[in-house]
Design a protein around this ligand. Structure first.
Ligand SMILES: C[S@@+](CC[C@H](N)C(=O)[O-])C[C@H]1O[C@@H](n2cnc3c(N)ncnc32)[C@H](O)[C@@H]1O
Length: 215
């Protein structure tokens, strides 16, 4: 099985559990675990929206959109068209359902397939790739493709390799049979330079580096 097939299989099977991160835990133990292990998912969500505002009338591409929580938030913030891409069918099924329930399905278009193959169109005003480069074997090629489809702002996360939770996370993903890629600050800066993204804001956030590229 290729790296992509392993990642796809993992997230297809794990879609419902992953999406539950966006719901508040019911008891104090669940809430504590959520805060330590998954708090970054919610914090980078709030930061991404802050960095992309104002979104009124804009088009957005969300790569590795998962259950589409970002796409819904972009639509609610006024974006006129959002394309979400994910190769895990379980994630896209959830995304379609959640967009319907939020009343924004007319502005959220979801595509099941690998990026960049399923996005021959664009460019979009903004693009996002949050919790995505963790599972990408060739980040320079993917970032070049993302850059060529973006007109002005790109928000991305790269998980830190030298962080106290990194060894446990590596072990957890190895046991789950899912490839995981972690990055040093130097490596991320090399990737950005090689992909032609020289101007960016650099924000260390919890276990991630958040990069806001300005084109
Ligand atoms: C951890 S989830 C993040 C979902 C969402 N961005 C969020 O933060 O809520 C990562 C997603 O990226 C998808 N993915 C990874 N590599 C991909 C690729 N090359 N093309 C499309 N989807 C990909 C996986 O299927 C998975 O659903």
């Amino acid at each position: 099985m290729s790296i992509e097939e392993k990642v796809q299989k993992h997230f297809h099977a794990d879609a419902t559990r992953f999406d539950a991160i966006y719901e508040e835990g019911q008891n104090p133990v669940t809430r504590f675990i959520d805060q330590v292990w998954r708090g970054v998912v919610r914090r980078r969500f709030a930061l991404t929206l802050e960095k992309l505002r104002p979104l009124e009338g804009k088009t957005v591409l969300d790569v590795g959109c998962g259950s589409g929580r970002y796409c819904i938030a972009f639509a609610q913030a006024g974006a006129r068209r959002i394309v979400g891409v994910d190769f895990a069918p379980g994630m896209i099924a959830l995304a379609n359902d959640l967009a319907q329930r939020a009343g924004v399905a007319d502005r959220c278009e979801y595509r099941v397939g690998a990026f960049p193959d399923v996005v021959p169109d664009g460019p979009f005003d903004a693009s996002t790739a949050l919790g995505f480069f963790d599972y990408v074997a060739d980040p320079v090629a993917i970032l070049k493709a993302l850059r060529s489809r973006t007109r002005s702002t790109m928000v991305m996360s790269f998980p830190k390799s030298g962080e106290w939770r990194a060894p446990i996370r590596r072990l957890r993903f190895r046991m789950a049979g899912c490839p995981l890629f972690l990055y040093s600050e130097r490596r991320v800066r090399e990737i950005l330079a090689a992909a032609g993204v020289p101007t960016y804001e650099w924000i260390p956030l919890d276990r991630d580096y958040i990069v806001v590229g300005r084109l």
